[in-house]
Design a protein around this ligand. Structure first.
Ligand code: GLY
Ligand code: MN
Length: 463
C-alpha cells in the first residue's frame, strides 16, 4: 500500500468533484476454480485499490457525501481463519492504513444501503464486471439484476476516469517498477528462446519472473509463433527455424500497476529478408507514433498516421497498391492492422476498461467509428499530461481474413492479393511500448528493450 495520506487525498479529490450522494465501492471476492476453497489468484478491484488500497477479499466501502462519512466494510478474522490462513490486522487497523476511522462488519453494508435507498438518497455505483457484484447491487438496491449495468452512475464513472487517467508521481514510479520486471521478462525470453523449445517453456519463464518479483502477470502471456492471432493464449507449439516469435506480456507490481510490452524476434539468429522488411515498417510506425505524442493531440490522429505509415510501407513492398492515404481513409489497411494503436494503462492493463471505453477512450468529443479496424481503437481522445498509454502497431497475415476478403473481391484497388500468397506462413509482428505524456511531449517508460533489427539480432546472437 501507499501511505494513508495518498488514499485520503485521492478520496478528497473525488469528494470535491461528486459533491453529494452516496458512493459505493465493492471490492472483489475470492472465486473458486473447481470448488469453493480452491481459488483463482485473488485480484482486488482496481477502483477499491485506488481509493482504499486494501488488498483483501470481501471488502467494500461507502463515501456518504451528504453525511461526510466514509466507512470500510470487511470481516474480522476468527480463530478458524488464523488456523488456516494466519493472522491478519483487525478491521480497525486496516481502516487506519487507508486513513478511514469508521469500519463495520461486512453484513452491515446491506442494511445501510437499503436504509439509504428507502430515504431516496442518491446511490452512485459503478458497472459491475463480476456477476457476484452485479447480484449484490441488485439485492442491496432492489434493482432487477439485468438492469444493474445500465443503472450505473455516469457522473461517478466520469469523475473516476478524470481522476485516474492522470497518473501521479507515485503511480509512475510503480509503473517503472512493473516495466523493470517486464524488461527482465522480455529480454530473458528474447535471449533464451531456441529451436525445438515449446512456447510453454518460454511463457513459463516469463510468468516465473513476474511472480518472483513479488507481483504477478498484468494479463495472460501471449507468446506465440502465430502472432497473427491477436490474443493467442495457446502455448503448445514447438519453435522451428524460419519462424517469428511474438511475445506480448508484462508484469503487475505488488501494488498492482501494470506493464504491457510486445517484442517480435526470429527463432533464428537473424530475420529473413521478408521478415525484416515487414519489421522495419512496424518499427517506423511505432517510433513515429511515439515521437508525435504531446498534450492536445488526438490519439485517433496518431492511430491514423501510424496506419498511413503501414499502408505506405506495404505499398512500397507491392502488397498494397493505389494511394495509401485513400486506402487508410477507406479502411483497406485494416486487413493487415485490424486493431487499435493503443490504450491507457495503469492499475489495469486496459485502464478502467470496466467503466466503458466510451468514457475512458472517447470522452465527449469523439465517437467510435463503425469501420472495420478503426472500430477496434480503444483510445481516440486528446491526450493530457499524465496519461500513460501503449503504442502498439502491428502487421499481421491472417489467412482466413485474407481469403474472405479476396473471395468477396474487397478493396481490389488497394490490395495485391497475388503478392500475399508468399506470406501465408508469415505470422505477425507487433512492437509495443508504454509512454507517459508529459507537459512538453512524451517519455518512454522503462529501460530500453532491444527493438531495432540490429539490437534484436544482437540479442539473438548473444550466448
Ligand atoms: N496486451 C494485450 C492488449 O493490449 O490487448
Ligand atoms: Mn497493449
Amino acid at each position: 500500500m501507499f501511505d494513508s495520506s495518498i488514499y485520503k487525498s485521492r478520496r478528497n479529490q473525488l469528494k470535491q468533484k461528486m459533491k453529494s450522494g452516496l458512493l459505493l465501492f465493492l471490492g472483489n471476492e475470492e472465486v473458486g476454480m473447481n470448488y469453493k476453497d480452491n481459488v483463482y489468484h485473488f485480484r482486488q478491484d482496481s477502483h477499491f485499490l485506488y481509493y482504499f488500497g486494501l488488498d483483501y477479499p470481501g471488502m467494500a466501502a461507502i463515501m456518504d457525501l451528504d453525511k461526510d462519512q466514509t466507512i470500510i466494510f470487511g470481516e474480522e478474522y476468527t480463530m478458524d481463519h488464523v488456523i488456516w490462513m494466519g493472522n491478519r490486522l483487525s478491521l480497525e487497523e486496516l481502516g487506519a492504513l487507508a486513513g478511514v476511522e469508521s469500519v463495520k462488519l461486512d453484513n452491515e453494508l446491506s442494511n445501510i444501503l437499503k436504509n439509504a435507498n428507502s430515504k431516496k438518497q442518491t446511490i452512485h455505483f459503478l458497472p459491475p464486471y463480476r456477476k457476484v457484484n452485479q447480484f449484490k447491487i441488485s439485492e442491496y438496491l432492489n434493482i432487477p439484476y439485468k438492469q444493474v449495468p445500465e443503472k450505473a452512475s455516469e457522473e461517478f464513472i466520469k469523475a473516476i476516469v478524470a481522476q485516474r487517467e492522470i497518473k501521479s508521481a507515485e503511480e509512475i514510479a510503480e509503473m517503472e517498477k512493473a516495466l523493470d520486471t517486464t524488461h527482465r521478462m522480455q529480454t530473458t525470453v528474447m535471449r533464451k528462446t531456441r529451436v525445438g523449445m515449446t512456447e510453454a517453456v518460454m511463457a513459463g519463464k516469463a510468468e516465473g519472473i513476474a511472480v518472483s518479483a513479488g507481483g504477478n502477470l498484468a494479463y495472460p502471456v501471449i507468446l506465440t509463433k502465430n502472432g497473427e492471432i491477436l490474443h493467442n493464449h495457446y502455448h503448445g507449439n514447438t519453435f522451428q527455424n524460419g519462424q517469428l516469435v511474438l511475445g506480448d506480456f508484462g508484469a503487475e507490481t505488488a501494488r498492482h500497476y501494470a506493464g504491457d510490452i510486445t517484442r517480435t524476434f526470429p527463432v533464428d539468429q537473424q530475420f529473413t529478408q521478408q521478415q525484416k522488411e515487414i519489421y522495419e515498417i512496424v518499427l517506423k510506425a511505432e517510433m513515429e507514433a511515439i515521437s508525435s505524442l504531446r498534450p492536445g493531440i488526438a490519439y485517433r490522429d496518431v492511430h491514423l498516421e501510424a496506419s498511413r505509415i503501414i499502408a505506405r510501407g506495404l505499398t512500397e513492398l507491392g502488397l498494397m497498391k493505389g494511394d495509401p492515404e485513400e486506402a487508410v481513409a477507406q479502411g483497406a489497411h485494416a486487413l493487415f492492422f485490424p486493431h487499435g494503436l493503443g490504450h491507457q494503462i495503469g492499475l489495469d492493463v486496459h485502464d478502467m476498461e470496466d467503466l466503458g471505453e466510451k468514457y475512458v477512450g472517447y470522452g465527449e468529443q469523439f465517437t467510435r467509428s463503425e469501420q472495420f479496424g478503426l472500430r477496434a481503437l480503444r483510445l481516440a481522445k486528446e491526450l493530457k499530461p499524465g496519461f500513460v498509454l501503449t503504442v502498439e502497431p502491428g502487421i499481421y497475415f491472417i489467412r482466413a481474413l485474407i481469403e474472405q476478403w479476396e473471395a468477396e473481391g474487397k478493396f481490389l484497388d488497394f490490395i495485391n492479393y497475388d503478392a500475399l500468397k508468399n506470406y501465408r506462413h508469415f505470422g505477425g509482428i507487433r512492437i509495443e511500448d508504454n509512454v507517459l505524456v508529459t507537459n512538453s511531449g512524451f517519455k518512454i517508460l522503462g529501460k530500453p528493450i532491444p527493438k531495432s533489427v540490429g539490437e534484436v539480432e544482437g540479442m539473438r546472437q548473444a550466448l
